[in-house]
Design a protein around this ligand. Structure first.
Ligand code: PLP
Length: 486
């Protein structure tokens, strides 16, 4: 038995026309770009047609015409939103990959804007009027800061790894410990990148233990390189053994093989005296004698996205002359920003002028003082809803990771302002409050812990803290529970 819907009653006929809906939207919300109004109208009508066709909605004619416009307005706003846009990071995670990793110093951003808005001497030697080196100044500064013989910079560290492998070992074997075949996230896996770089991976050792004899036993005529990879996002404890960089360099020297280290996240100020783990300070890695070390510009260094390669002159020359280098090169804005950041290191201003370094080194006492100030600002911002929702603020000690594939297993002592409901009757829900904050005009990202909203001062400078309090004042009314439909 088949059922034919009566043709005359096809509810899809009652749908508004796309062009009418688009022009109504444009008339009522003149800030909507024309393309977004048309596309939003198309999507809203298509979605309604689909649900009518599946019998999910009874009749489009019963929809209030104003409703069509507001449905389309929501879609148009999402379509036309600029991306990425500025957010407030209250998570305390200094290198948050989803939040763009390192915020660059204002001076570095200005330097980038300067060369972006106008012409520059990017590849011109002003003294001679002839073609000049794109990276010349930067290479000299990197050499000065690190003690390396030579330096090169490219688009990011994944590109630096590719360049290093391709330049030193294309078509040949590269030996890596099984304990270092890491996945960084965002699809960067060491075995995959090696395959793409055209080198053959020779794994040695086991997941937890690799010994010098494992490397020695795997070396053949085909071996071109010994590679060490930093375990950026996990740590191993227990029955473990790893061949240190200095031991690997000694093995390389005995067999006439170069050694490369993918450090992932490198620093140019020694953080060890400040209680950080020992393995991220670039000059001390280089003192162990590897031929090539590479790391990211936007992790612990605190600069723009970039990949930095440091090593012996002969090796860097091969990298520089590699045809892939052109495809992976650094753009002029990142170059200008990185140059500014290196100047700050050279002038000894990193701890004050580079946000990542400043945040990492802020003491609990300073965080505590600023947390008290933020708590007072939040009390004022929340005054209108505080008793209604039954909430209180408190300054508390907490711990947070550094994030961004840096210093795995290491946490910094920090101070937070916690906002939580008091008593059984509190209508405050931290996850709802966090969701409302994410959709504020300046979105705020927070941690939620034990049904408390937690604002971590480490990633909030004074301006961001003030903006945060303002945003909370704007949106706290929407922290009220959503009305339940009865
Ligand atoms: C982060 C990381 C990379 C990738 O660096 P990007 O700058 O993100 O390209 C490569 N290797 C290691 C060990 C890392 O930690």
């Amino acid at each position: 038995m088949t059922r034919e819907p009566p043709a005359a009653a096809d509810p899809r006929r009652s749908l508004p026309s796309i062009s009418q809906l688009a022009s109504q939207l444009a008339a009522e919300r003149p800030e909507t770009p024309a393309w977004a109004a048309t596309e939003a109208a198309r999507r809203v009508v298509a979605a309604a047609r689909e649900s009518l066709g599946r019998g999910l909605e009874a009749d489009a004619a019963t929809v209030d015409p104003a409703d069509w416009v507001s449905r389309a307005a929501v879609v148009a706003q999402q379509l036309a939103r600029t991306h990425p846009r500025r957010v407030i990071n209250a998570t305390g995670v200094v290198l948050h990959t989803n939040l763009g990793r390192s915020p660059i110093p204002q001076g570095a951003a200005n330097a980038a804007r300067d060369v972006a808005e106008a012409y520059s001497d990017l590849e011109l030697d002003l003294a001679t009027g002839r073609r000049g080196s794109r990276l010349g100044a930067l290479e000299g500064k990197l050499v000065e800061l690190s003690g390396a013989e030579a330096a090169y910079a490219c688009n990011n560290n994944a590109a630096a790894v590719m360049l290093g492998l391709d330049s030193l070992a294309r078509g040949r074997e590269v030996i890596v410990s099984r304990g270092e075949l890491v996945e960084i996230g965002g699809s960067f896996r060491v075995p995959d990148i090696m395959e793409r770089a055209g080198v053959r991976l020779v794994e040695v050792g086991t997941t937890n233990r690799t010994h010098p004899r494992d490397y020695e036993g795997a070396i053949t005529q085909e071996t071109a390189l010994l590679l060490k990879v930093h375990r950026s996002n996990f740590s191993q404890a227990g029955f473990v053994a790893e061949v240190g960089l200095d031991e690997l360099v000694a093995i390389g020297a005995r067999h006439g093989l170069p050694v490369m280290e993918d450090l992932g996240s490198g620093t140019l100020v020694d953080l060890v005296p400040h209680g950080f783990p020992a393995d991220s300070f670039v000059p001390s890695r280089l003192r162990a004698g590897p031929d090539l070390v590479c790391f990211s510009g936007d992790k612990l260094l605190g600069g723009p996205q970039a990949g930095i390669l440091l090593g012996r002159s002969a090796v860097i020359d091969r990298v520089r002359e590699n045809p892939l280098a052109r495809a992976l090169r650094l753009d002029k804005m990142s170059l200008a920003a990185l140059d500014w950041v290196l100047d700050a290191y050279l002038a000894g201003r990193a701890e004050t002028d580079i946000p990542v370094v400043r945040q990492l080194l802020e003491t609990p006492a300073s965080l505590e003082r600023r947390a008290r100030a933020l708590a007072a600002q939040l009390d004022a911002a929340l005054a209108a809803v505080m008793s209604e929702l039954g909430i209180e603020t408190a300054v508390e000690a907490d711990r947070a990771p550094v994030g961004g594939g840096s210093l795995p297993g290491f946490e910094l002592e920090t101070r937070v302002v916690a906002v939580r409901g008091v008593g059984e009757g509190s209508a405050f829900r931290a996850t709802r409050a966090a969701a409302v904050l994410r959709e504020a005009s300046t979105p705020v990202l927070t941690r939620v812990r034990d049904d408390a909203l937690v604002f971590d001062l480490r990633t909030l400078d004074d301006d961001a803290a003030m903006q945060l309090a303002k945003t909370v004042a704007e949106v706290a009314g929407r922290w009220r529970p959503e009305p339940t439909i009865s």
